[in-house]
Design a protein around this ligand. Sequence first.
Ligand code: ZN
Length: 204
Amino acid sequence: MKVSAHCGGFCQTNGYLVETTEGSVAIDAPEGMFNFCKQRGCKPTGLLLTHQHFDHIEDVSLFQQAGVRIYASAPFSPELQLTDLAAKWGIPLACPEFSVDEVFTAETSPIEINGIEFEPIPVPGHSPDSFVFHVALFQKLFSGDTLFSGGGIGRTDFPHGDHELLLSGIKTKILTLPAATQLLPGHGPTGSIGEEAHNNPFLQ
Ligand SMILES: [Zn+2]
């Protein structure tokens, strides 16, 4: 399993491309993510969304038009995307409408794509629809905007944000994963769960 990252859009958001011998899977779709995959000769089988904030979904419709299956924890929702807020801030955005092919929940068993199991774990607080994807076999966690490496956690000052809920979710659902698990967040560099457990000031 090979993971490569694309950082794109106004908010410098990370999208990840997971490649195996059987095919590829994309995690989140910031601006430029579709072309990033295309340039690598990859047409992902599925696109998993950690949440629907505007900066993670700009390229979703391009994936959908190419026949890629879209997975998210909620149906297409402008309210979850905060596009009105972004417009108010003057952030230039292009988030064409898309439809979610498969809505997963906390009860959904791991999503198996190309022989890899992505376990969706709900960690709300940054947004109500935030999930992280744990790939136990390869010790990787795609954490979206819940937990960042280098001492950060997701913002909770957006509508529907909840700081205490986020902290308790990180502590009970993320820090309980193996310390060696690689952290692949929605912004910034990669790290590990162990490093954050020891050094992240929000979690001490
Ligand atoms: Zn976000």
